[in-house]
Design a protein around this ligand. Structure first.
Ligand SMILES: [Zn+2]
Length: 250
């Protein structure tokens, strides 16, 4: 079992020692706001030291021990809960909410089926969280293609902004992009956003087929299609917090 420790003070040190003393547990990451403290404790176990919560949770692990000062507990705990598998997947972009159920069966790989009434069923070795997440992301990408492809096409036809092809990807830092060959890449995590934001992003990328920069003429074109562009662009930057960890964490 891979364990991360948050807080490298006295208590954190004691907890780390119990983890190291057990044959089935392994200390994989140590977080502390003081980099020296984190580094010292991590070095005793060959674990990864960090001062950043996001970096900490980027390390694959099965459990987290929170031993930071109490006021820092809430954020750490919420982030840890967010790491598990989803039981519900709200997709505001398409007005759907899926309920997810996991059923362990003797199959060798995890399979996913869409059942009636908005239920997603995962079967197979569902105790393998990484395999479940990978399968869910695959489903998300397929759903995104099914929905975003005709949506992009509609806006393209209406605005006369032509693109060459569409890719659906799971980028961690961008919602979309447009290449000089006019291939538009869209992030499947767009499904977690409100419709207005997705629509804006599609318009934004389509406008790049004409202007490959963020200059004055680019923004004038975007604004001629979507007058609220500035506001929506700002909201899009904040919208990463609406993407659940399982969708982007590999
Ligand atoms: Zn852009």
């Amino acid at each position: 079992m891979r364990i991360g420790v948050i807080g490298a003070g006295k208590i954190g040190g004691l907890r780390a020692r119990s983890i190291l003393g057990h044959p089935d547990t392994q200390l994989v990451a140590v977080l502390d706001t003081l980099s020296d403290a984190a580094a010292r404790l991590a070095a005793t176990a060959g674990a990864r030291p960090t001062t950043d919560l996001t970096q900490f949770f980027d390390t694959p692990m099965d459990a987290v021990v929170v031993s930071s000062p109490v006021p820092a507990h809430e954020e750490a705990c919420l982030r840890a809960f967010d790491r598990g598998l989803p039981v519900e997947i709200p997709l505001p972009a398409i007005g759907q909410v899926w309920r997810v159920c996991y059923r362990r069966t003797p199959d060798r790989s995890v399979r996913l089926r869409e059942l009636a009434d908005g239920v997603l069923e995962l079967t197979g070795p569902v105790h393998d969280e990484d395999a479940c997440r990978a399968r869910l992301r695959q489903w998300l990408a397929a759903t995104a293609r099914r929905v975003l492809a005709p949506w992009l096409e509609r806006i393209s036809e209406r605005t006369g902004l032509a693109y060459k092809s569409l890719q659906i990807r799971g980028q961690r830092t961008r919602w979309g992009s447009c290449s000089t060959q006019r291939t538009i890449s869209l992030n499947y995590s767009l499904l977690f956003l409100e419709r207005a934001l997705v629509r804006y992003l599609l318009i934004h990328e389509l406008c790049h087929t004409r202007h490959m920069n963020h200059g004055t003429r680019f923004w004038a074109l975007v604004q001629s299609v979507e007058p609220q562009a500035q506001t929506l662009d700002g909201e899009l930057g904040d919208a990463w917090r609406d993407v659940p960890a399982w969708a982007t964490w590999y």
